[in-house]
Design a binder for this molecule. Structure first.
Ligand SMILES: *Cc1c(COP(=O)(O)O)cnc(C)c1O
Length: 226
């Protein structure tokens, strides 16, 4: 058995176990395989093991892989920081963008999304740990930004994404994820209809699933150390 196959199987089993512990249906949780820095051959191997959704952070690297893997029915998610001169290629080549934190970027993505494609799925990145250096909007800015985005025609606001400050132990890891779950519930009670919480990476995804993650973004545990 290859490393990618056994890693994927172990990850899927751990997701199912965390779902059971949270009394959630495992079908509510999707696995996004983060393939940044790994070659197209590794993505193809993961696809052969049944994985179809892949996350990338660096546009140039991602576009090369997307081109090399055109023959496969893959779903591509952009999860890295976005500069405004990169929005056109992102709008044209990706299915999801998890890292929107400014109105201007959302407006450009909507304006540049080709009319023959379905709306681009968007998550707002929230700086839940309120770290100085991190991208993402402050939690209290998420609703006002969301209210501006919902009117843009060629994007579809799906939910929230976060990368919390590192914490050790499942209880400490759960606290920021719980804040995200409550923020999403509050936004939905104020007129939004969001169905996505993109949260949890290799070191903390069981904690994120316990708090309602619907997409976990996992790189190292599938492809190995970068
Ligand atoms: C790299 C990255 C991941 C995956 O991280 P791992 O620790 O390798 O699982 C998830 N989300 C984002 C935004 C990333 O940049």
């Amino acid at each position: 058995m290859t490393a990618i196959l056994s890693n994927l199987q172990a990850t899927r089993e751990a997701i199912a176990q965390a779902a059971r512990a949270a009394h959630r249906n495992v079908s509510e949780i999707s696995l996004l395989a983060v393939s940044k820095t790994f070659p197209a051959t590794a993505v193809r191997e993961a696809y052969d093991c049944g994985q179809t959704a892949f996350g990338e952070n660096y546009l140039q690297e991602a576009l090369e892989k997307i081109d090399a893997l055109r023959d496969l029915p893959l779903e591509w998610h952009f999860i890295g920081p976005i500069q405004s001169n990169k929005t056109r290629a992102i709008a044209e080549r990706f299915d999801w963008v998890h890292s929107v934190d400014r109105l201007k970027i959302a407006e450009r993505l909507s304006a540049q999304r080709p009319a023959n494609l379905p709306p681009l799925n968007i998550c707002l990145q929230v700086n839940v740990s309120e770290e100085e250096s991190k991208s993402g909007v402050a939690p209290e800015e998420a609703l006002p930004l969301a209210q501006q985005l919902v009117h843009l025609p060629h994007i579809r606001l799906r939910g929230l994404m976060t990368i919390p400050a590192p914490a050790a132990g499942e209880m400490a890891q759960r606290a920021p994820f719980a804040r995200m779950r409550m923020l999403l519930e509050k936004m939905n009670s104020q007129g939004m209809s969001l169905d996505t919480l993109s949260m949890g990476m290799s070191h903390d995804y069981p904690a994120a699933i316990r708090e309602g993650a619907t997409i976990v973004r996992i790189g190292t545990a599938i492809f190995g150390q970068r």
